[in-house]
Design a protein around this ligand. Structure first.
Ligand code: FEO
Length: 406
């Protein structure tokens, strides 16, 4: 059944929500599902902005048919060629034989790689800054390479100032009726999943996000319609500021992520001691994660949010415990930087985890190791309380200093 949502007298949301998909890109857990947004403008020309994932093809096609109300589809704008947004191009081409596809050179080259239909017959190629008048409205195209693939572009509807932003400003999470981000509810309903989405999907490309924010700085934008998550029509500076901060790899808040691996609870005991000391020193925002229990995407998102990080892990097979190794490599791939870090290693006969963690951290940019790795041998002993407290104090000093500037 169609689920079209009217966004104005002559335009509609025609996307879909999926609560059945377990993992986005088969990697990132989706406890609240995910939404794929597509938008249909009805003007002298009819224009669809993006398609959706194959999981919601049926409601999507029903939505378009209902919103077109008998008119043909003249243009499909493809802002992004990742299949969560482009999976229905062939289906649309079959249904709407006169439909032209608006994209750039890279869009069409990816399209020909993914699909078998005659892309060249449909191409309407645009270049940076090109405009497409569609009647009362005009669309302008801004290229956003690597936010999140090389062909990505953003489409600005200039009459009402609506930015169709592809992955940018998106969030994990399916809709529950409301398409708009009510400012009063955004932080409780969407912010954590928007941050997790940004950090894990776009996080590597902070420099490219900064360039796009610069390009958009002078534009008259009154609404942001992303390809995932809620639409922004109020308090746009809020999400723009978040994107500016995340893409500069600056923390939002002074606080500590304690990410630990533990085999029998001994390393964990040391981390509890650290956490208690941090709390006693007045550090309020502390998040402890067992890296074997919590998917790294949630930990990485908290690392983007908070100013400091403590890593604690056992030695395993002469190296670093695998789950901690994976977390650090993921952080490096996502260009995590600008954090104060402390390291605790454990090893019963030949501790090696600390050196490996320090080496992986050294490969990242602007990560400040606050002290040499602290070594535990099997279990923290009474004589090591002072060393753990001293390490916690170094971290607490850094957090309290960060609190002054954030
Ligand atoms: Fe939502 Fe990069 O795809």
């Amino acid at each position: 059944m169609e689920s079209v949502r009217r966004l104005g007298p002559d335009w509609f949301w025609v996307g879909g929500s999926d609560r059945r998909l377990a993992r986005f890109e088969n990697m990132f857990p989706l406890p609240d599902g995910v939404a794929y947004n597509a938008y249909l403008l009805i003007d002298e020309k009819t224009v669809l902005i993006d398609t959706v994932d194959a999981a919601v093809t049926r409601p999507f096609l029903e939505n378009i048919e209902a919103a077109l109300d008998g008119r043909p589809l003249d243009f499909l704008v493809v802002n992004h060629m990742e299949p969560d947004h482009c999976a229905n191009i062939e289906a649309l081409a079959a249904r709407y034989p006169a439909m032209k596809i608006v994209g750039n050179r890279k869009t069409f080259s990816l399209m020909a790689q993914f699909y078998d239909f005659d892309v060249a017959l449909r191409e309407y190629e645009v270049k940076e800054g090109d405009r497409l008048p569609i009647g009362r409205r005009t669309l302008r195209f801004t290229f956003a390479p690597m936010v999140h693939w090389p062909e990505v572009m953003l489409t600005l509807e200039e009459t009402e100032g609506v930015l169709f932003s592809a992955d940018a400003f998106g969030a994990f999470g399916a809709f529950s009726g409301n398409l708009f981000s009510a400012p009063a509810l955004y932080e409780s309903r969407w912010l954590d999943e928007a941050r997790r989405y940004y950090a894990n999907i776009v996080g590597r490309y902070g420099g490219q996000v900064q360039r796009v924010l610069g390009k958009l700085a002078g534009a008259d934008i009154r609404m942001i319609c992303p390809a995932h998550g809620p639409i922004w029509r109020e308090n746009l500076p809020y999400i723009l500021e978040k994107y500016d901060r995340w893409s500069r790899y600056e923390p939002e808040t002074a606080g500590v992520v304690l990410a630990y691996a533990t085999m029998y609870g001994n390393t964990e005991a040391a981390v509890h001691r650290l956490a208690a000391r941090l709390a006693d020193r007045g550090v309020e925002d502390i998040r402890m994660f067992d890296v074997s229990k919590t998917h790294p995407s949630f930990i990485v998102a908290e690392v983007f949010r908070l100013s400091h990080l403590v890593l604690a892990a056992p030695t395993y097979n002469g190296g670093l415990y695998y789950a901690m190794d994976a977390l650090l490599r993921e952080m490096a791939a996502l260009n995590v930087r600008k954090r104060g870090v402390a390291v605790v290693e454990n090893g019963s006969w030949a501790p090696a985890a600390g050196k490996e963690m320090a080496t992986l951290l050294a490969g990242m940019t602007e990560m400040e190791l606050l002290a040499p790795p602290l070594t535990l041998k099997s279990a923290p002993k009474n004589g090591q309380r002072e060393a753990l407290d001293a390490l916690a104090d170094r971290v607490a000093d850094g957090v309290l200093a960060a609190r002054e500037r954030l």
